[in-house]
Design a protein around this ligand. Structure first.
Ligand code: GNR
Ligand code: NI
Length: 174
């Protein structure tokens, strides 16, 4: 497996709408393996392919506790079947918005269908942190970041900080 580099905002590649996967083949499985290594190394609890520069509808999630056995979920071409009216607020972070956090309100339950690692259709229901994480990843497939769900003021503050970090690291590379 290969660790991939994660694109950080602001970057136009994060705003692209990802394309459906036509066939779950060895190339897609290799991508998912590499994404898994990248996510665990970060560490993070979810990752969308677009974050590593591949605009395909591929998501991995593992909200298990650290130290627990790895239980990754592979979601290919995920589609939402149901979201609850009941919502909850959780603090979100994103590997593409390093060290930035904000409260985001989302449905507490989500049902979805998807293709699994072997290309077999599956359905699942998630709630709580898993549901939050899945919805955060599905947003990535539409080019949406968690900061798009918060006030313009808070979003502006976070993006300004990230632009400053990008300027400083570009200067350090020179
Ligand atoms: O690692 C991550 N943590 C997280 C915490 C709360 C809600 C969503 C997430 S997903 C994030 C990894 C990431 O950026 N996935 O796209
Ligand atoms: Ni993210």
């Amino acid at each position: 497996m290969t660790k991939l580099s994660i694109i950080t905002a602001p970057d136009p590649r994060l705003k692209v709408v990802s394309e459906p996967v036509a066939q779950v083949d060895a190339g897609i499985q290799r991508l998912m393996d590499d994404m898994l290594e990248t996510m665990y190394a970060a560490p993070g609890i979810g990752l969308a392919a677009v974050q590593v520069g591949v605009p395909k509808r591929v998501v991995i999630v593992d909200t298990g506790e650290q130290g627990e056995q790895d239980k990754p979920l592979f979601l290919i071409n995920p589609e939402v079947l149901f979201t609850s009216d009941e919502t909850w607020i959780d603090e979100e972070g994103c590997l593409s918005l390093p060290d930035q956090y904000a409260d985001v309100r989302r449905p507490v339950v989500v049902k979805l269908k998807f293709l699994d690692y072997t290309g077999v259709p599956q359905e699942m229901e998630a709630r709580g942190l898993l549901a939050t994480c899945i919805q955060h990843e599905l947003d990535h497939l539409e080019g949406i970041l968690f900061v798009d769900h918060i006030s313009m003021l808070r979003r502006g503050i976070i993006l300004k900080k990230l632009r400053k970090i990008q300027r400083e690291s570009a200067a350090a590379e020179r």
